[in-house]
Design a protein around this ligand. Structure first.
Ligand code: C5P
Length: 221
């Protein structure tokens, strides 16, 4: 079965997706990390992220690998472990920029479809249920108030000893969502057949219970 989990930044999708994948013994693919990998590596290479042609050519050559180990999922970009370097808002904003570009999306969506072809995968992102796997057996769309999402992201980054400011994070998350929801290609939106969960007032455990219940229903149908 393919489980697609979409939603804006800080909605809780990656926490839930990782947990569910572990519980079901499925692979977990964080597609946001792929857009982040493109933005981060292109920027390191001195490429202007607004230069669609050059970013597209760079993405074509880029090697992105996911490695599952006991420490959690690691991501390698052109052979180098980039796991700890991608999860900050500067890279997030760059990712949103390249994610609005046609060539980048074509290449990454094809990679995601290839990875998911063998099934038993939990994939999270913005367009998994609408574009990458429109026939996924289960589609979840998670959302939460922007303030709550900002707070979660703040605590996550703070726990990694990063120097962060809550108001800045909330403003950045709101701006990134605005861009993701309003872009022309594959905007963030729930698939018509997605189950929508507002996680604002729920604990992680409560959301996991809700998703597991939906999975059991699918498995028994
Ligand atoms: O999920 P994450 O915050 O890591 O995603 C970073 C950015 O990558 C998003 O803001 C969005 O612009 C882009 N993205 C996307 N499609 C996906 C996953 C991420 O456009 N499937």
């Amino acid at each position: 079965m393919i489980i697609a989990i979409d939603g804006p930044a800080g909605s809780g999708k990656s926490t839930i997706a990782k947990f569910i994948a572990k519980k079901l013994n499925y692979s977990y693919i964080d597609t946001g990390a792929m857009y982040r990998a493109v933005a981060w590596s292109a920027d390191n290479e001195g490429i202007d992220l607004d230069d669609e042609n050059t970013v597209g050519q760079w993405t074509e050559k880029l090697k992105i690998e996911f490695i599952t180990d006991p420490e959690g999922q690691q991501i390698k970009v052109n052979g180098a472990n980039a796991t700890g370097l991608l999860k900050n808002e500067v890279v997030g904003r760059g990712a949103a920029k390249v994610a609005a570009q046609k060539k980048v999306r074509e290449i990454l969506v094809a990679k995601q479809q290839e990875i998911g072809r063998s099934g038993n995968v939990v994939m999270d992102g913005r367009d998994i249920g609408t574009q990458v796997f429109p026939n996924a057996e289960l589609k979840i769309f998670m959302d939460a108030d922007a303030e709550e999402r900002g707070k979660r992201r703040y605590l996550e980054l703070k726990a990694k000893n990063m120097d962060v400011d809550l108001e800045n994070i909330i403003a950045e998350i709101k701006q990134r969502d605005l861009e993701d929801r309003n872009r022309t290609i594959s905007p963030l939106r729930p698939a018509d057949d997605a189950i929508k969960i507002d996680t604002t007032k729920f604990t992680i455990e409560e959301v996991i219970d809700q998703v597991m219940e939906k999975i059991k229903l699918k498995q028994n149908s």
